[in-house]
Design a protein. Structure first.
Length: 579
């Protein structure tokens, strides 16, 4: 492999010339206490750190950035920490999804505008993985992703708790009066008890696993718990490898192919992934260019051939990510999937995926099941289409009650989240377990930002009757830690006049997951009359980032990227480098 010379590095354009502009660059770096020996002949590695005081999943990143720097220095690079937008999933309102593209813009411009030759991306909480990767893909420099790692299992009075999934379970018990305030506080204090992201197979574990399957992490990196000493060593190796990737000129344009993203879809299905995987992976593939782009049909095709073999909550009923790591982790699971993977796809190691899997094993065959003994025979997700969702919608059949996979019932419609929230606590609400609850105007523009409101609470009246699941439909998303018969990402969304906007309470809706169909049982003539009477809701924003987002965000089926950020199909990523 041909090694780049120092003069070919981007940073050399800032530091190497004997002119007044480079004098300014060098003198200001010397102002920071560095000298020529720090940068001469060395690649500059940006360490993009999404740490903040309120970034709950990334509390250990203050230390990990030093671990990454150590690796960069060991390999002969010049490390520079660049803080990037911190997106704390559990604390940002209305949703971190509104700001995923802001993080992507932040990353792209940080990398493009500074004297950066390569990057280590530090993330893990739900939207940080896709946000960081989207921006780095567009910047086009060599990069490696360093996942935050899952937190330890939750625990209260000897019972294992899973973040998110057990929240909903215990909240229903709290609503039903089965646990008191003291017990509820014990759950609050025991469900998240270490650094790291959610330890269920939620969006965070899904997206870090997807990053590994694409080839963007060191082998096995996505499975290591945040507080395990192996995580420290992995962080340092990320720094070392980033330097090597610069000299090798291993850019995303040279590394990634459609096979990379097809592998990610396969792994997502086998993991029992979050429904959010579709939106983020579609967006990432489209940023990488037309030759890499995948869509809803690719997910649905994979779901029919790849079973769920990761027995992790919420698709599984017992184990969490800590158990997954001990059982062999992502490398172990991918070794089981070899016949479904494109093993020649290149990775950040500079080697194809198949070489990275040599020697990988599974140590607990109940946590990571063999293909002939899955926890769910088909993949985690299914894509439905019909007159209610012409551009598609998504359900996670592995996490819902089987009787709702084929169901016809009357709609119970809510136009906004506050009215729905008030109604579900009304014990006189006219609702049965056969109803199909609908929350609309909660999509990419309507939410705004497509919040995780799609797992609509079971009405209190039904909770007290022992009902644990029912069909729910929304143009919103749901947390990857959620579960139930929830149909999400309805496209186009109601806020812009999609068919979901035309549904009335009492209309019959038929859902047939095996047939991949969703149908509103209303005549075309009646729907035409309703459309003629429909008026657009008021604008959500009149200024700022929200105003920009509302005008440029695309729909769920194409990944919710901004139209002006998506790579022009046919153009190389990372171009033009005008700075």
């Amino acid at each position: 492999m041909t090694k780049k010379t120092y003069q070919e590095l981007r940073s050399a354009r800032w530091f190497a010339p004997d002119d007044v502009r480079s004098f300014g660059h060098r003198s200001r770096v010397m102002q920071l206490g560095y000298g020529p020996q720090d940068w001469e002949g060395k690649p500059v590695i940006a360490i993009l750190n999404t740490w903040s005081d309120i970034g709950t999943c990334h509390g250990h990143f203050k230390q990990r950035v030093e671990d990454v720097k150590r690796g960069v220095l060991q390999a002969g690079g010049f490390p520079l920490e660049l803080p990037a937008l911190s997106l704390s999933e559990s604390l940002v309102k209305p949703t971190t999804m509104l700001y995923r593209n802001m993080l992507a813009m932040d990353v792209e411009e940080l990398l493009r505008s500074h004297p950066i030759d390569g990057a280590v991306l530090m993330g893990g909480c739900d939207k940080t993985t896709p946000g960081l990767v989207l921006g780095a893909l567009s910047a086009g420099v060599p990069f490696i992703y360093m996942p935050a790692g899952p937190m330890l299992r939750g625990n209260v009075k000897g019972k294992i708790l899973g973040s998110g999934s057990d929240t909903w379970k215990y909240w229903d018990e709290r609503r039903a009066g089965k646990i008191n305030a003291t017990q509820w506080l014990e759950v609050e204090g025991g469900i998240a008890r270490s650094h790291g992201h959610c330890m269920t197979m939620g969006t965070a574990s899904t997206m870090t696993g997807i990053a590994e399957a694409i080839g963007l992490t060191l082998p096995g990196a996505s499975s290591i718990p945040a507080v395990d000493s192996n995580h420290i060593r992995m962080a340092t190796e990320c720094g070392r490898r980033a330097v090597s990737m610069v000299w090798e000129d291993l850019t995303p344009a040279k590394m990634l192919s459609r096979a990379s993203f097809e592998n990610a879809i396969t792994v997502a299905m086998a993991m029992g992934c979050s429904t959010n995987a579709i939106i983020h992976l579609v967006a990432m593939s489209r940023r990488a260019g037309e030759h890499c782009a995948v869509g809803l049909d690719d997910f649905d095709a994979a779901s029919r051939r790849v079973p769920v073999i990761a027995n992790i909550r919420p698709s599984g009923d017992t184990y969490l990510m800590e158990d997954f790591y001990y059982a062999g982790g992502m490398l172990g699971m991918m070794s089981v999937l070899k016949d479904h993977l494109k093993l020649d796809a290149l990775t950040v190691t500079g080697k194809p995926l198949g070489e990275n899997l040599v020697g990988a094993e599974v140590y607990n065959h109940d946590v990571i099941r063999p293909l002939d003994n899955p926890i769910y025979a088909e993949g985690a997700l299914a894509v439905l289409r019909g007159n209610l969702a012409p551009d598609g919608c998504v359900i996670k059949p592995s996490a819902c009650a089987p009787q709702y996979l084929q169901h016809t019932g009357p709609a119970l419609v809510f136009d906004d989240y506050p009215s729905m929230k008030a109604a579900v606590d009304d014990e006189n609400l006219d609702v049965t377990a056969d109803h199909i609850m609908i929350l609309r105007n909660a999509g990419p523009q309507g939410g705004p930002g497509m919040p995780e409101w799609g797992m609509l609470p079971i009405p209190l009246k039904l909770v007290k009757q022992g009902v644990k699941d029912m069909l729910r439909i929304s143009d919103a998303r749901m947390s990857g830690t959620s579960y139930g018969a929830c149909i999400l990402h309805v496209a186009p969304e109601a806020y812009i006049g999609g068919p979901l906007a035309l549904v009335k309470t009492g209309d019959l809706i038929t859902v047939d997951v095996p047939a991949r169909s969703i149908h509103l049982e209303v005549s075309d003539d009646e729907l035409a009359l309703r459309r003629a009477a429909w008026t657009a809701p008021p604008k959500r924003f009149e200024r700022g980032y929200g105003w920009m987002s509302a005008r440029h965000i695309q729909q769920a089926d194409t990944g919710c990227d901004f139209d002006f950020l998506e790579t022009s199909f046919g153009a190389p990523i990372g171009e033009p480098d005008i700075y």
